[in-house]
Design a binder for this molecule. Structure first.
Ligand SMILES: Cc1cc2nc3c(=O)[nH]c(=O)nc-3n(C[C@H](O)[C@H](O)[C@H](O)COP(=O)(O)OP(=O)(O)OC[C@H]3O[C@@H](n4cnc5c(N)ncnc54)[C@H](O)[C@@H]3O)c2cc1C
Ligand code: SF4
Ligand code: SF4
Length: 550
């Protein structure tokens, strides 16, 4: 039997040996141990997804296993794989070698595979009944993780369609309706029930129906209004209204219109790019922020969204605010602008500093879309839940418990955030509700901060051992087609692309261990490819004698 060992001082848990071993001898250690650290990507994902686990399995073409693992942590990967701002990619260790792994692209690939090929089953029901109010990502995630634990769930939604802002606002060129439909079908197959056209005004209605616990996930989609001279003119709408009309009602006729969108976040760019697609003559964005990634006053929209919008013909005026909305016969006709010297103060608080005098520049605009933020709508919060002065539902930040059997999650609690943050809150609430129903301790282990992998072990020398190869990007729809259709702009990876990109993952975090030493054939591949020379094999490689078989 070969004698081999992995030097714990040197091992960086990159997983290279695990993926190179043709005999499947090695594993990554997952039990708690001194060096058992979470990968930086996993620590940065609000859902705590363990990316390196399934990256490795994609590379090995074990897609069913990969998808089942992902489904354990993640209630909607096909959705976030398209629209998550991917905070997990920022600290990715691979960036030290060349560039971050395209975690979002791999998530989309596996999320789509999960919806097509794998049925997530829910265990037998425990006899407990829980109601969720609101079918946005926070409510859907809570329902999914409750169903996963055998709880019977009913989701109440005031609209006729399920999905919250995923359904009513996020444009289909970024999130096609078919993807959301398939995800909802998968939830229904798990046994989750949906009641639409059902606005809940009082939590006691649900108690009377016999529910053991209630989770409110009512969102924060009430648009903020602009207070400048001319704000009452005709031809002004909000991004929430405009996008809802385009997606689900009668879209505005923008033929020959000069559109101005006010705001510098994803919502503003979604409205602007939608305006291009429905035939506006021109689309201009006016925002306080700058296009300078890393700067405190940088635009909140992602760099790729800004680049896409510009490529589609949107003109962005940065460091500008609206001074006056000019009108002709009561109809908006132009915007007079004023310079914005600074957006956030030294503590990062929103505190714009505007010049006293307007600029001698105006932009023509007869259709104006406001995308300057949203807030909670207190009239949607059911009686029984306590709110603060901003209408946000009060709850324990760790357990999401609002009062005994009442829990609250998502934008309704925090104000506008992102899908992954809302979904993570839903997942957290599901854990708390199950503990509440069983009478277990609510807080235990719920607020522990993950211990992230220390990237300092990736020294220059260790990185030099890892072959560089470029990040695989998703293919884009040709720009002319983008401008005139709502077809999805980013194409999902095919298997070759996914496998190549998954191979770039260093699977950093826990260390490797030898699990099936008896199977080792001393081929030396693990030691050969290990970037930090952590594997020792004894005896040294000796070639087997030539036999009659050659
Ligand atoms: C245009 C736009 C683009 C965005 N783009 C992105 C993006 O690219 N990536 C990203 O991560 N995030 C994005 N977001 C943010 C993201 O959509 C939200 O953070 C997320 O949807 C919040 O989820 P939620 O479940 O808390 O609320 P919501 O999605 O708002 O869902 C709340 C649901 O509750 C229902 N409801 C409310 N009150 C009641 C009641 N009393 N009874 C029954 N039902 C009720 C509502 O009808 C709604 O369906 C975007 C938002 C907008 C507006
Ligand atoms: S949900 Fe977002 S943060 Fe989490 S792994 Fe996916 S892309 Fe990264
Ligand atoms: S290299 Fe892989 S495991 Fe490490 S941070 Fe990047 S995606 Fe995560």
């Amino acid at each position: 039997m070969p004698i081999q060992s992995i030097n714990a001082e040197l091992c960086i848990g990159c997983g290279t040996c695990v993926s190179r071993c043709p005999m499947d001898v090695l594993r990554l250690l997952t039990s708690p141990a001194a060096k058992n650290q979470q990968s930086p990507c996993s620590a940065a994902c609000p859902l705590g997804v363990n990316q390196r686990e399934y990256h490795n399995l994609i590379e090995l073409d074990m897609l069913d296993e990969a998808a089942e693992l992902l489904a354990k942590y993640h209630p909607m990967p096909a959705i976030t794989g398209r629209i998550c701002p991917h905070p997990c990619e920022t600290p990715c260790s691979r960036a030290i070698v060349d560039s971050a792994v395209n975690i979002n692209g791999l998530e989309q690939y596996l999320g789509d595979y999960l919806l097509e090929a794998v049925t997530v089953k829910a265990p037998a029901e425990s006899g407990h009944e829980v109601a969720v109010i609101g079918s946005g990502p926070a409510g859907l995630a809570a329902a999914y993780h409750l169903a996963q634990q055998g709880v019977s769930v009913t989701v109440y939604e005031r609209e006729d369609n399920i999905g919250g802002l995923l359904r009513t606002s996020i444009p289909s060129f970024r999130l096609p309706a078919e993807v959301l439909d398939k995800q909802i079908d998968a939830y229904k197959k798990m046994g989750i029930r949906f009641v639409t056209g059902a606005k809940i005004t009082d939590a006691s209605e649900l108690e009377a129906k016999g529910f053991d616990a209630v989770i409110a996930a009512t969102g924060a989609s009430k648009p903020l209004k602009l207070t400048v001279p001319g704000a009452e003119a005709k031809g002004i709408t909000t991004a929430i209204e405009f996008l809802y009309d385009v997606k689900a009602r009668q879209p505005a006729d923008l033929t020959g219109k000069k559109v101005a969108v006010i705001g510098g976040g994803s919502v503003a760019l979604d409205a602007a790019r939608t305006g291009v697609r429905i035939g506006a003559e021109s689309v201009q964005v006016v925002c306080l922020e700058r296009i300078e990634p890393g700067h405190k006053d940088s635009m909140l929209a992602l760099s790729e969204e800004i680049e896409d919008a510009k490529a589609e013909g949107v003109v962005i005026h940065t460091s500008r605010s609206v001074h006056t909305i000019e009108q002709e016969n009561g109809q908006a006709s132009a915007l007079t602008l004023v310079e914005c010297a600074s957006v956030r103060d030294a503590d990062g608080r929103f505190n714009p500093v505007l010049a006293e005098q307007p600029l001698d520049e105006a932009i023509e605009a007869d259709f104006i879309i406001l995308a300057i933020g949203q807030t909670t709508d207190a009239t949607l919060v059911p009686a029984g839940f306590q709110t603060n002065e901003r209408g946000q539902i009060l709850c324990d930040p760790s357990t999401k418990q609002s009062a005994s059997h009442l829990f609250a999650v998502g934008d309704a609690v925090t104000g506008p955030t992102t899908v992954v943050v809302a979904a993570a809150a839903g997942k957290r609430a599901a854990t708390s509700v199950v503990r509440f129903l069983k009478g277990d301790a609510m807080t235990e282990g719920q607020s522990a901060e993950p211990q992230a992998f220390d990237v300092s072990v990736l020294t220059e020398q260790a990185c030099a051992e890892i072959s560089k190869f470029p990040r695989v990007e998703r293919r884009r729809l040709p720009i002319e087609q983008c401008k005139t259709s709502f077809a999805e702009t980013l194409k999902v990876f095919d298997w070759d692309e996914a496998a190549s990109e998954a191979e770039r993952c260093l699977t950093c975090g826990s260390q490797a261990e030898i699990q099936y030493q008896a199977d080792c054939q001393i081929c030396n591949l693990c030691a050969h490819y290990c970037p930090v020379d952590a594997i020792e094999i004894t005896p040294e490689r000796t070639f087997p004698p030539i036999t009659a078989w050659g």
